[in-house]
Design a protein around this ligand. Structure first.
Ligand code: 13P
Length: 256
């Protein structure tokens, strides 16, 4: 059993929700509810403009505030984008990269995801790399091939040393925001397949030490069963990360 060796991370992905004042209110409400919970690392990834308010409200707590994306260039003519150095200077350690909504709606490819991953790691950030199959791929029985290819392409050029700062979030696209959840067995199997791909690249030891979260309609009802699986080391939570009571139950399901 290698699970015990791995860091468990429960992260909320707020997506395009919460203005700064709403984030402030949310964090102040959930802070006492999560106080003293040490069974996992707790992160909320927030819209750029909301990060500062969330950080201020989270001061002195076990809550980390991350970002939802980062650009691949160090600086320059990229109107509307935010660099890793900018996030670092704002005290942001965690960043989501390659979320399926970025891939679907904003033309993100494995090549741009890979470039962003390398830029974030070079700046010393911790990456939450999202990947997962679409419904048709699962139905055609090629999930292993898809997640294995994404793992290899998205991590191309990432060193074994840098893998200490990589968390992978397995997010089946058909389960995101749909209320459909992968069964614990499906989540465990596919996280295991991602781990196999990591082992091919970096060897078993690094693969067995890498945190792999499940994301996709994880909620207060199904979290315990999913998190109990050998290959599932945490969760990336959308909808349920906007409701303090639900998120608290998920954190507790990860251990106290
Ligand atoms: P939901 O939990 O709303 O399905 O979203 C999952 C997700 O996309 C987390 O990144």
């Amino acid at each position: 059993m290698n699970k015990a060796k791995r860091k468990v991370v429960i992260a909320g992905n707020w997506k395009m929700n919460f203005t700064p004042s709403e984030a402030d209110k949310f964090i102040r409400e959930i802070k006492p509810m999560l106080a003293g919970k040490s069974g996992c690392e707790i992160v909320f990834c927030a819209p750029y403009v909301t990060i500062a308010a969330a950080q201020k409200a989270a001061e002195g707590s076990n809550i980390n505030i991350g970002a939802e994306n980062v650009h691949f260039a160090e600086k320059g003519a990229y109107t509307g984008e935010v660099s890793a150095a900018m996030l670092k200077e704002c005290g942001v350690q965690y960043v989501i990269i390659g979320h399926s909504e970025r891939r679907q709606y904003f033309a993100e490819t494995d090549a741009t995801v890979n470039a962003r991953v390398k830029a974030a790691l070079a700046a010393g950030m911790t990456v939450i790399l999202c990947l997962g199959e679409v419904k048709e791929q699962r139905l055609s029985g090629i999930t292993r091939e898809v997640v294995s290819m994404q793992t290899k392409l998205d991590l191309e050029g990432v060193t074994a040393e840098q893998m200490k700062n990589v968390i992978i979030a397995y997010e089946p696209v058909w389960a995101i925001g749909t209320g459909l959840t992968a069964t614990p067995e499906q989540a465990d199997e596919t996280c295991g397949q991602i781990r196999d791909a990591l082992a091919e690249i970096y060897g078993r030891e690094i693969a067995d030490g890498t945190t792999i979260q499940y994301g996709g309609s994880m909620n207060e009802k199904n979290a315990a069963e999913l998190l109990a699986k050998e290959n599932v080391d945490g969760g990336l939570i959308g909808g349920a990360s906007l409701v303090p009571e639900k998120f608290k139950v998920i954190v507790e399901a990860a251990g106290n």
